[in-house]
Structures are given as structure tokens and as C-alpha cells.
Design a protein around this ligand. Sequence first.
Ligand code: NAD
Length: 480
Amino acid sequence: MQEKFDALIDGVWDDAGGRYFDLLNPSTGKTLTRVAEGGKDQIDRAVAAARKAQNGAWRSTTPADRGRLLHRVAALILENKDRIARMESLDTGKPLAQAEADCVVAARYFEFFAGIADKIGGVTIPLTLDFLDYTEREPLGVVGQIVPWNYPLQMSARGLAPCLAAGNSIVVKPAEEACLSAIELGRLCKEAGIPAGVVNVVPGYGAEAGAALAAHPNVNLVAFTGSVQTGSTVMQAAAKNVVPVLLELGGKSPNILFEDANLDKALPVVIKCALQNAGQTCSAGSRVLVHRSRQDEVIDRLAGLARNYRVGPGIDNSDMGPVISERQWTRIMGYMDIARDEGAEIVTGGKRPEGADCEGGFFIEPTIFANANPGMRVHDEEIFGPVTTVVPFDTDEEAVKIANATPYGLVTGLWTQDITRAHRLAREISAGQIFVNTYGAGGGVEIPFGGYKKSGFGREKGLEAVNFYSQTKNICIGLA
Ligand code: NAD
């Protein structure tokens, strides 16, 4: 591991005036490396560099060349996969195999949007013979991207690729808890030949670097992924400059198991999407709704699967690593007490795992709660840890009502053999993505992703993402 990591501003490595913060390894609680602590000054310079590049070298780069550059970034991510995956695993605590999968998904973002860079066109609109009317899609300009710690590489790639394909320049502010792969992605963009200033990466604390980026008057879009509370703060800061925001916030997504669900197929997926990344995934399936006739079987089998999880440092390729920080650990463990006070029953988990390899790290056992019903905090609030609730229902209508009974609306999984029911209920559920007899679609780079309700707005991923990273100009010519 490098001794220290710097910010990337205008194509040059920047030590933030010599200020560094310690980055902890969540599997040991010990310092992993040191990272330049960007603040307002670094953000100002990065935004200025992005503006200069936007009006200069990047503006004159053809769409086809932008596509070629993005393909080169994708290839570099794959060439450096082993190194980046180790870095991501040590930084976030996630299992090495998952960090490797994250690298492949990150490369896919660049491949997918590379193919789109030269297809972002407008339309002609028929008026009368006296006019020629057409539209063009233009870049927004400078994008500020604020990234969370749970998937630093994937999330940075998810924002960078469509942003660059559409011709914008960007300042990325990764999270203070985990940011190495975001900095590394900046390095690969530079190596690929993307002009200086187009991609800037400024690590630092949210309250300082993040707030400076969100409030910057020379930024044209703030793309934020993180908590509802911070998302609202970012939105208020951007509103002062009348700048649009793209918000990807939290979730409390249900997997709904109907009486005819194929449990052999469903349960391994259900447990995986509850516990992936130690439950620190915005789209985690953190609620299981089950038809009452199958409740006992589902609780038994899920508990069995959860107990089989090998918990330990991600770098040892465990099944589940630690949560990101002591602060998150304390927050999640607080929910164990809340759940007990509310009358929920811990079926399995609920404590720190024993074992020498978990000492010093922020580990929590995979946890399943029964009797955790709507209206209870443990059911309604996003815990963002390896915690799942199981709730019974009797009718389809009741399942929909419970599914919709949280402030969130990100993802829902429906498990049934009845195709009519699946289509009907997909329409009744308030969520941005519905899966039927599956969940997640292997990263889902190609399909639009985003929230209903407090899960946010705007869409990342897929062709739709380009709409949020570009703007339409209408041009009308009088021919009379
Ligand atoms: P957070 O909102 O505290 O932090 C996210 C990012 O915002 C970090 O980079 C942080 O430094 C920055 N930040 C913090 N305060 C800021 C401020 N005042 N102004 C500007 N930026 C600021 O969130 P977190 O606790 O680190 O992440 C967990 C949350 O993020 C969960 O609720 C989770 O669901 C959500 N999340 C959502 C998605 C998604 O795609 N929908 C993905 C990952 C995480």
C-alpha cells in the first residue's frame, strides 16, 4: 500500500498544502494509509480546472474520440483489476471476490457509455413549411460528484462514465471513510489520455470539501449519492445557485416471497442481497416479506444460510467483511437494542462475532429479526448493516401495503410463479426498480436505476443517465 494518496487537480497530484487524514482499515481498526485532505481551496482550483478544460481541450474532442478514451479507461481498469480490487477490499473491508466483481462492473460502465458517446443526438420537429426546428444535446458543463464509501469504485465509475460521454468535465469528491479506488480511477483516466482538468478527484471531509463542492457557484450539476439527510443539505446548497441535483439516497427494499415462490431459487438470492457488502448497499434487500403459510420455513432456512456466513477480513476472501467504521458499528448495534425494546425477536446474530481474525475490526454477525413489523423503527428505517427483518402477510394487497410502508422506494423483488400477479403488483409498488424472480441483474449497468420517494430522484445507469448529464437546446430557423 502506498504511504499516502494525493488529490488530482488539473492533471497534477496535489498534497492539499500538506494536510493529510488517516484512512483506517475497517477489518483491523488500524491506519491503512494517509490521504490528502482537500478543502475549499482544492475544490475551487479543481472546479476552475474543470471549467477551463470544458471550454478548451474537452470541447474540441470529438464524440468518437471521447468514446475511444472511455474504452481505454475500461481496459485499464481490467488490466489493473487485481491491484485495485486489493486496494478496494482493504479500504472498505469488502470480500476480495466482491471487490474484483466491482472492478468488472466499473469497467462495464466505461464500455457501455463509450458506445453511447457518439450517439447523443437530437431530433427534428415538424412545424410548418416556414420553419426548420431541431434539437441538440449539449453537456451541462462542470459536474460535481459526491460519492459514498460503500462502493467507491463502482459509484465513481457510474457517475464519471455518462458524465464524460456527454462531454462534461467533473470534480469527484469521494468519502473520507473509503476513497482510494476513486483516486485510482482518476489516475487511470489521466493515463488513458483524458485531457488535464477534465477529471479531478478531491478527497476530503464532507462538511468541508463536500459542502464546498455542493455550494460552488461554478458547478452546473451536483450528483450526490449518500444519506437522505446529507442529500437534503446538498440540495439546499445547490438551490442557492439554482443548480440541478441528481440524488441517489437510501432504501429499505423488500423481497416479497409469495406462497408459490420457488424458495430453493429465492432464498440464496434473498440472503445475498441482504448481506452483500455487510448490508451497506443502498439497494440491499433489507426486508423480507413472506406469505404467512411459509413464514416458519423461510425464517429457519434464512437463519441457516446466515449462520453459514464466514465473517472476517475481506482481504482473506471471507463471505462478509466488517462495516465501514466504528461510528457505523455503534449505530447498527444501537438498532439491536431498539429492536429488542420494540419487541422484535433476534433469530440469529445481533452481536460482534468471536474469533481472532475479527479482533479490532468493525464486525457484526449477520442478523435476522422476526416480529419486526411496520411502524417499528427496525422495520421502517434504513439500518445500513447486515440486518434483515422478516414480516408475514396474508394477501397480495397486504404485501403491497407493507412494501410501500416506508419512506423509501428504491428496489423491490417479487418471487412468484404467477406471471399475472407479478405484472399487476409491479405497477402497485412505489419503487424505481422491480425485479421478478431475481434481484440486481449483475450490477445492472444497462438498466435505469434511481429512487421513488425519499430514495431520491433522477436516474443513473442505462441510456437514461445521459438525459441527466446533458441538456436539450432547441433551434428554430425561419424559412419564410
Ligand atoms: P453521507 O451522506 O454522510 O456521505 C456521503 C458523501 O457525502 C460522502 O462523500 C461525504 O463526505 C459527503 N458529505 C457529508 N456531508 C456533506 C455535506 N454537508 N455536504 C456535501 N457532502 C457531504 O452518507 P453515508 O452515511 O456516508 O452513506 C450511507 C448512506 O448513503 C446510506 O443511507 C445509503 O443508503 C446511501 N447510499 C445510497 C446509494 C444509492 O445509490 N442510492 C449508494 C450508496 C449509499
